[in-house]
Design a protein around this ligand. Structure first.
Ligand SMILES: *[C@@H]1O[C@H](CO)[C@@H](O)[C@H](O)[C@H]1NC(C)=O
Ligand SMILES: *[C@@H]1O[C@H](CO)[C@@H](O)[C@H](O)[C@H]1NC(C)=O
Ligand SMILES: *[C@@H]1O[C@H](CO)[C@@H](O)[C@H](O)[C@H]1NC(C)=O
Ligand SMILES: *[C@@H]1O[C@H](CO)[C@@H](O)[C@H](O)[C@H]1NC(C)=O
Ligand SMILES: *[C@@H]1O[C@H](CO)[C@@H](O)[C@H](O)[C@H]1NC(C)=O
Ligand SMILES: *[C@@H]1O[C@H](CO)[C@@H](O)[C@H](O)[C@H]1NC(C)=O
Ligand SMILES: *[C@@H]1O[C@H](CO)[C@@H](O)[C@H](O)[C@H]1NC(C)=O
Ligand SMILES: *[C@@H]1O[C@H](CO)[C@@H](O)[C@H](O)[C@H]1NC(C)=O
Length: 523
């Protein structure tokens, strides 16, 4: 064999030059060493017989470097206790030789021409204090590499390990490698954790594992959660706000006559039951509506479903089809204020409570939803259990001025106190009603108070105050109209002197939308 011949060739020289292990002076000697004159022809001959020898690839030959590496190889083979350094050099074993191991590692020229016969490198337990000895990567044919029990630090050059394609054994345990920058997943697939015990690399491996787990498990879970969340959102959104015609049809039992509870103008009012068992009022207009009107209807509905106040009937949603449009409201088991006034002759306390409730609802709308108009006709105000009045009709494109709104509230107040309802709908009837009240102003206002109502002197004086107040609100002639906040304050005061526990601070409810409370003086 050529390499065997080569070693044989140098065996004689080596025994003369290096009787013992390398020393500093030996390294100097090595540098001063000149290849013999026939060295060129020797290695040329070697390469001709065995072209796989590493130095054969480097042309032209750097004779000096090749010569030195051959000497080092020969010596290292001996130091590594290889069975027959002349015939074979299968391993580099510098295990537990901290004095000479760093020296051999410094011979870059050696590693560059590292004999292909070397299949295993063991540099363990040598107190090596350096970065990863990257020269080792020149011995790309190796199958085993043990660098354990050293003080190696810095990054492990993970990318370079792809050069060592036949490497099956690796031990980097007990070193001080830095934890960072190890993200090469392939590297960790080749070697398991026992290769990295206390190497500094292991924690990063764990981190990588965690990342992998997060990625492999966490991401799908995240996706599922998001899908479920959005699904839920869409579902509830639909369920609460936009109803399909099929749902409306099912809820009203196919628009059955039994479910039809009223009719005003073009609007049919049905009592319905939704799938979840909740009772609803469904107001349906069966007219063909223009695209424009439908758009307005949806816009209005989208606003109205957002109103949340204890004195506002909760609108649950809307529906439209080519045949109809419908508004779905929570069903309220209760009579209208109109019926209540005329049939049950309510006591003064309850009347004040109703006025105050409506005032609270109005204040909420003015503060939070100034664009929403409302209807204060006593037949459209419902009383829920516990005599809580609810505004049930809204109009988005309400053009009424605040003056007009206040006027209507004044009329409402007067109606509650007097139970005298002028014929509905027409404004001139409001006017005649007001004329009648004003007839008794200012001396005989107690005469307009509902005569059926039980009253003492206190109630009469309070009622007279409220009537005066109502008249003030209806006064369109001058700007004596108070602000809504003032109205609320005055009414609260009256109610507390009337002995009504007023939990009806409209401000508390008006923060429902999370807005910062702002005083409304623009009315
Ligand atoms: C080595 O020998 C070859 C011919 O065998 C020659 O071409 C080359 O120049 C020589 N190199 C040196 C450095 O003398
Ligand atoms: C190897 O080293 C031993 C001493 O450790 C020596 O006796 C022997 O001759 C050396 N062999 C070669 C081939 O250099
Ligand atoms: C490391 O080498 C020292 C001698 O330098 C020896 O005492 C020790 O047992 C060795 N440890 C291992 C783990 O090989
Ligand atoms: C390795 O370094 C640590 C401190 O970083 C030191 O305690 C230890 O003795 C060193 N080991 C060797 C063998 O030099
Ligand atoms: C790895 O082993 C295969 C088969 O023994 C060989 O052909 C290949 O050259 C080796 N790779 C290296 C880098 O030595
Ligand atoms: C190791 O990898 C780095 C970057 O990937 C490269 O620059 C360097 O030459 C490689 N080292 C060896 C010995 O191949
Ligand atoms: C690591 O791999 C080696 C073989 O390469 C095997 O003997 C050992 O049991 C493995 N250890 C673990 C923890 O998987
Ligand atoms: C690496 O060396 C450590 C300490 O000597 C040992 O515990 C571990 O099992 C070795 N790993 C492998 C893969 O042989």
């Amino acid at each position: 064999m050529a390499s065997a011949n080569l070693f044989h060739f140098f065996a004689a020289i080596l025994s003369i030059l290096f009787p013992t292990a390398f020393t500093a002076t030996v390294v100097e000697d090595l540098n001063n060493l000149k290849p013999p004159p026939d060295f060129n022809s020797t290695i040329t001959k070697n390469c001709r017989t065995n072209p796989s020898i590493r130095y054969c690839n480097s042309t032209p030959f750097d004779l000096h470097e090749i010569f030195k590496s051959t000497i080092v190889a020969s010596h290292l083979c001996n130091v590594s206790n290889n069975p027959n350094c002349v015939e074979s050099f299968p391993k580099i074993d510098l295990h537990g030789q901290p004095k000479i191991a760093p020296l051999y590692l410094s011979f870059t020229f050696f590693w560059k021409y590292c004999p292909l016969t070397v299949l295993s490198i063991d540099l363990s337990n040598n107190s090596l204090k350096s970065n990863f000895p990257t020269d080792i990567f020149h011995c790309s044919q190796i199958q085993g590499l043990d660098l354990s029990h050293n003080n190696l630090s810095g990054d492990v050059p993970v990318q370079n390990f792809t050069l060592l394609e036949n490497l099956t054994f690796l031990n980097l345990s007990y070193n001080d490698f830095s934890e960072s920058k190890i993200s090469e997943t392939h590297f960790f697939e080749r070697f398991n954790s026992s290769s990295f015990i206390h190497s500094g690399v292991l924690p990063n491996h764990k981190e990588f594992k965690i990342k992998a787990v997060l990625l492999l498990v966490g991401f799908p879970v995240f996706v599922i959660v998001m899908v479920v969340f959005w699904g839920w959102l869409c579902f509830t959104h639909r369920k609460v706000h936009k109803f399909t015609p099929a749902v409306i049809k099912a809820a009203t039992d196919g628009f059955s006559k039994q479910n039809l509870v009223g009719k005003t103008g073009q609007i049919s009012i049905y009592k319905g039951v939704l799938k979840d068992g909740s009772e609803v009022k469904i107001e349906i207009c069966f007219n063909n509506i223009t695209r424009e009107n439908r758009k307005r209807f949806v816009e209005q509905s989208k606003v109205v479903v957002q109103l949340h106040h204890k004195n506002i009937a909760p609108v649950l949603g809307w529906c439209y089809s080519s045949r109809f449009r419908a508004t779905v409201t929570k069903w309220i088991d209760g009579e209208s204020v109109e019926t209540w006034l005329s049939t049950s002759n309510p006591p003064w306390k309850q009347r004040v409570k109703v006025i105050l409730g409506i005032a609270a609802g109005i204040c909420y709308l003015h503060e939070e939803w100034p664009e929403v108009g409302y209807n204060l006709k006593t037949k459209d105000i419902l009383l829920s259990e516990n005599v809580e009045p609810l505004i049930t009709r809204f109009k988005l494109d309400d053009n009424h001025s605040s003056l007009k709104k206040m006027y209507k509230f004044g009329v409402f107040i007067l109606e509650i106190v007097t139970t005298r309802r002028a014929v509905e709908e027409l404004e001139k009837d409001d006017t005649s009603f007001l004329e009648w009240v004003k007839l008794h102003y200012p001396e005989n206002l107690e005469n307009v108070i509902d005569e059926r109502m039980k009253k003492n002197a206190d109630i009469v004086s309070h009622a007279v105050e409220v009537v005066k107040f109502g008249l003030m609100c209806t006064d369109l002639s001058n700007s004596r109209q108070p602000s809504w906040d003032t109205i609320y304050a005055v009414l609260s005061n009256i109610s507390s002197t009337a002995g009504i526990s007023s939990s009806t601070d409209h401000r508390k409810s008006s923060t429902d939308r999370g807005r910062v409370h702002k005083h409304v003086h623009h009315i």
